[in-house]
Design a protein around this ligand. Structure first.
Ligand SMILES: NC(=O)c1ccc[n+]([C@@H]2O[C@H](COP(=O)([O-])OP(=O)(O)OC[C@H]3O[C@@H](n4cnc5c(N)ncnc54)[C@H](OP(=O)(O)O)[C@@H]3O)[C@@H](O)[C@H]2O)c1
Length: 904
């Protein structure tokens, strides 16, 4: 037997067969990928023909083995055959069996058209349903990309023919026609009629045969799947994977795993979070790649129930879930998207993403004696209309957090329910846009201590989810940050280091590569290695080009000249990656100047900065743009999903570990933007198309140093030292990219420290952890020199305000006319001062931005006195506050005033 690997295989799909359904009972019980594909087909068929229950036909047809063989309605044989063939092919591909050719006859021909991407699944099913299989004739042969291929290719003696059915009739016929019969090279995947073997045994047998014939099989994917079964209630029970010995959420492991000094016993509590980070060992480079893994958990018991729920719902599946919650006996107020704020019979309407409207909701609830306890957000469970997804998701959740902070809601929880944003089993991700809610889910709790958030991802296929399961999850305490529900089971994410076994990346010598953000730090670092190792021909898309005489332009010119010296040919295309014309131009330049395009590195990005309390949708949009609109513009220019798609060796999206950690305060939009990339890669990495999102940890390269400036000096120092020590260098990053591409995955994390531990610890990276603690005792600085004369506080309110400022700013004294910013204040400190004062004076409301509209002790004291007396706020109306807000964001995590003051 020839043991060489890589032997080509063709999938051969026979015509409809009304006995086929009877043969897949074990597979639909045991194989999640197979079952998910069947469910997907069933749902699409149901939409077209509500009278047809495909799963029912398949499982019913499978029931009694003796009588069942013909139990399927023969008029549905085309649909059941299609679904089974499609699901088998998807399963085999997941296990690494990659067909080079697809051959089909009748119904089978429809499957080949669909798998090769020429026809989408819904259309293919509709064709089978209404017009049956393709017209009779010899088997039609296609390549994986859908091009028609010469049937004589099937005669190739090297080629193994895998018949996706219970016989090898069609495969043998194809060989015979070509007069090269060699039965050893035909393999079938389902048991022959009357055979003793079950369908899953038969498939395993086929896999083994393929392997013996030299066809590649990804045994890790095969053995790593979750063999399980269907419970008596018909729910899929994926295999039980033993629970890890460490918890996912609790902080103890993180802390205990990090002894302060080598050899010292692990301490129960770290001196602080940052010591724990610093003492987590740096992994050897070949262990940096980490993969997300999902582990099934038992269902925790319900937690304490709130008095009332605030449920963001809209028509469709959201309403089904909201009603299920209400029917389970909970008091529910509903919030629906609308043109303006209004009260309705059962709740409210609000404008998506508008803080003022949510403020009105929370005030009304408070007046009714039902302050915010639990919010459930269902608006993005189904994709909203084009163009409003961000407003419904990210913007509305940020607005809710802002409004809750304004009305003083300190302890509340939110559940955000989405469908199809997490890849628990391959093919699960259908809605990358919805994945953007990861930003608020991870970052709200970091910026608002006391608020918890949980992202609940349900199956996008109705057959894989139920309102009952969802309600049960909502009734559990929101202690897990991310939960996936699939087929009646509950899954939690984890991360495991992926041992490197292969580092052969698909880079070509003389290859043509497009790099977006191409004059950025990491992009240039990687371009250098492409120049040296592959004499690559590069198209760098950059917002700013080589013209200009300023220092930055000179630097860019020098960088490009260096790349050329190193052996690259370089074209710089000036343009914004969010502009489809600019990206099309860049693709055209690659093809016209270099004659091809082999790969794309999408590295454009801008940093997120500042607390979300002061962010507006337009500001977050700027951070989203290069990653969200930029990826869409790339997809358009590359014609992804179209018949004339540009065939690439790879498309790499530069994402970040913040999609799992949140990234700390200030990163809500950045996290959201990267979560979109992760989802987009998972959704588009199908067939032979190679799309990869790399969730990079910190590099030693830091273009975004400004982001540090709002932190305490010692903390800034810590972050710098930490980046130098644990950051990814350019050579290391290059090698990690090579390995990530070689892994064949669609999402890879590159972390220089054990990533599971990093994720667990990240929940502690809150504003409280980075804000210098307001100290009642402790060292105090003298009042700095200011433009104002010192004026003593007068009366209890001014005294109390001045005291809270002194504690936060660690000053000995503060005059009533001193300006908060001049004193070194920033929004981090401002938010905590406002919280303290609101409590101290028992005020219903004190908006965090008030400090910036009333930035002196005297002005703030006046506002507090008026509020305590029940007078309406005189603060600047919302619309006029944008300048203040911009100032606030800048003063959030990046004002250097505090540093300047201390330096004096
Ligand atoms: N450095 C890290 O530690 C790290 C960690 C994780 C992930 N990443 C990711 O890696 C990528 C590269 O980051 P970097 O550290 O190399 O940052 P960088 O030096 O700032 O490079 C980013 C480049 O993207 C460009 N850009 C931004 N928006 C653009 C747009 N709309 N159109 C065209 N170009 C645009 C920027 O151009 P301008 O100069 O005109 O703004 C800049 O040249 C980013 O996507 C980042 O999110 C970096």
């Amino acid at each position: 037997m020839d043991a060489a690997r890589g032997r080509p295989v063709a999938f051969v799909f026979p015509d409809a067969d009304d006995t086929v359904a009877a043969t897949v009972s074990e597979l639909s019980r045991r194989e999640p990928v197979f079952r998910a594909a069947l469910d997907e087909c069933a749902e699409l068929v149901r939409r077209d023909r509500p009278d047809v229950d495909l799963i029912g036909e398949l499982t019913h047809g499978a029931e009694p083995a003796s009588a069942g063989a013909t139990a399927v309605r023969t008029d549905l044989a085309g649909l059941t055959t299609f679904a089974v063939q499609y699901a088998l092919a998807r399963t085999l591909i997941t296990w690494g069996v990659q067909p080079g050719l697809l051959a089909g006859y009748g119904t089978g021909q429809r499957v080949t058209t669909c798998l090769s991407g020429r026809l989408d699944l819904a259309d293919a099913l509709a064709l089978v349903s209404h017009r049956g299989g393709a017209a009779a004739g010899p088997p039609a042969v296609r390549t994986l990309t859908g091009d028609t291929a010469d049937p004589t290719l099937l005669a190739d003696r090297e080629l193994v023919l895998l018949e996706i059915g219970p016989a090898t009739v069609l495969a043998d016929l194809a060989r015979e026609t070509e007069r090269s019969a060699d039965p050893a090279l035909s393999v079938r995947v389902l048991p022959a009629p009357g055979a003793a073997a079950t369908d899953d045994e038969s498939l395993a047998e086929a896999l083994a045969q393929l392997w013996l014939l030299g066809v590649d099989v990804d045994w890790a994917a095969y053995s790593g799947r979750a063999p399980g079964g269907l419970a008596d209630d018909g729910q899929l029970r994926p295999g039980r994977v033993p629970l890890p010995t460490y918890p996912f959420q609790r902080s103890r492991y993180w802390i205990e795993a990090a002894p302060k000094t080598p050899g010292a016993a692990a301490t129960a509590e770290p001196a602080n979070l940052f010591e724990a980070i610093a003492s987590l060992p740096k992994l050897p480079e070949d262990q940096w790649l980490h993969l997300p893994v999902w582990r099934q958990t038992v269902n925790p018991a319900p937690g304490p129930q709130p008095e009332s729920w605030l449920v963001f719902t809209r028509e469709g599946v959201a309403d089904e879930a909201a009603m299920a919650l209400r029917d389970s006996g909970s008091a529910v107020s509903l919030v629906r998207p609308g043109e303006r704020f209004a009260t309705t019979d059962d709740g409210f309407t609000v404008r998506p993403g508008v803080t003022a409207d949510l403020l009105a909701v929370l005030r009304a609830l408070r007046a009714a004696g039902r302050p915010l306890e639990r919010a459930v957000h269902l608006w993005t469970m189904e994709p909203p209309a084009d163009g409003v997804g961000t407003a419904y998701g990210l913007d509305t959740l940020v607005a809710l957090a802002q409004a809750a902070a304004e009305v003083g809601g300190a302890e509340w929880a939110m559940d955000v329910v989405v469908a199809g944003t997490q890849e628990v089993v391959p093919g699960d991700v259908t809605d990358p846009e919805a994945a953007m809610v990861t930003g608020p889910c991870l970052v709200v709790p970091l910026e608002y201590p006391g608020v918890t958030a949980r992202l609940v991802d349900v199956s996008s296929s109705p057959a894989g989810r139920s309102s009952r399961e969802l309600v049960a999850e909502l009734r559990r305490s929101p202690t897990d940050r991310l939960v996936a529900l699939r087929h009646g089971r509950r899954w939690l994410p984890g991360y495991e280091s992926l041992p490197v076994t292969d580092d052969t990346a698909p880079f070509r010598d003389g290859g043509v590569y497009l790099v977006t953000g191409g004059l950025g730090g990491i992009a240039l670092g990687l371009a250098e290695r492409l120049a040296v190792q592959h004499r690559a021909r590069l198209v760098l898309l950059a917002r700013r080009g080589l013209d200009g005489t300023d220092e930055a332009s000179r630097r860019r010119n020098a960088e490009v000249a260096r790349l050329q010296e190193l052996g690259a040919e370089v074209e710089v295309v000036v343009g914004d990656v969010t502009d489809p014309d600019a990206v099309r131009r860049a693709v055209a330049v690659a093809r016209e100047r270099f004659g091809a395009l082999h790969g794309v590195l999408h590295a454009a990005g801008v940093p997120g900065m500042g607390l979300m309390q002061f962010k507006r949708p337009q500001e977050m949009q700027q951070v989203l743009a290069p990653k969200v609109a930029g990826t869409r513009a790339l997809a358009e220019a590359l014609r992804i999903g179209e018949a004339d798609e540009v065939e690439l060796d790879f498309l790499v999206l530069f994402s970040s570990i913040t999609t799992a950690t949140g990234g700390g305060p200030g990163q809500v939009d950045y996290c959201a933007a990267n979560a979109f990339l992760d989802g987009w890669a998972a959704q588009h990495a199908v067939g032979r198309r190679r799309v990869l999102a790399v969730d990079w940890g910190e590099w030693t390269w830091n273009a975004w140093e400004d982001g540090l400036a709002g932190y305490d000096d010692s903390l800034q120092e810590f972050f710098r030292a930490n980046r130098a020590r644990f950051g990814i260098g350019f050579d290391e990053g290059w090698r990690s990219l090579v390995r990530a591409l070689a892994s064949g995955e669609s999402r890879v994390v590159v972390s220089t420290q054990d990533f599971q531990t990093v994720v667990t610890g990240s929940a502690q990276f809150t504003v409280d952890a980075v804000r210098p603690a307001a100290e009642v005792g402790g060292e105090r600085f003298p009042r700095p020199e200011l433009t104002t004369m010192y004026q003593e506080p007068n009366g209890p309110v001014e005294v109390a305000v001045a005291r809270s400022w002194c504690d936060a700013l660690r000053l000995q004294e503060i005059g009533v006319q001193d300006n908060f910013f001049e004193l070194g204040g920033n929004s981090l400190l401002g938010v905590s001062i406002v919280t303290t004062l609101r409590r101290e004076f028992e005020l219903d409301e004190l908006a965090p931005h008030i400090l910036y509209e009333a930035p002196t002790v005297a002005a703030l004291a006046a506002v507090i006195e008026a509020a305590a007396a029940g007078e309406p706020s005189t603060a600047a109306p919302d619309d006029n506050a944008s300048q203040v807000r911009a100032q606030l964001r800048r003063s959030g995590l990046e004002s250097s005033a505090a540093a300047r003051r201390r330096a004096r």
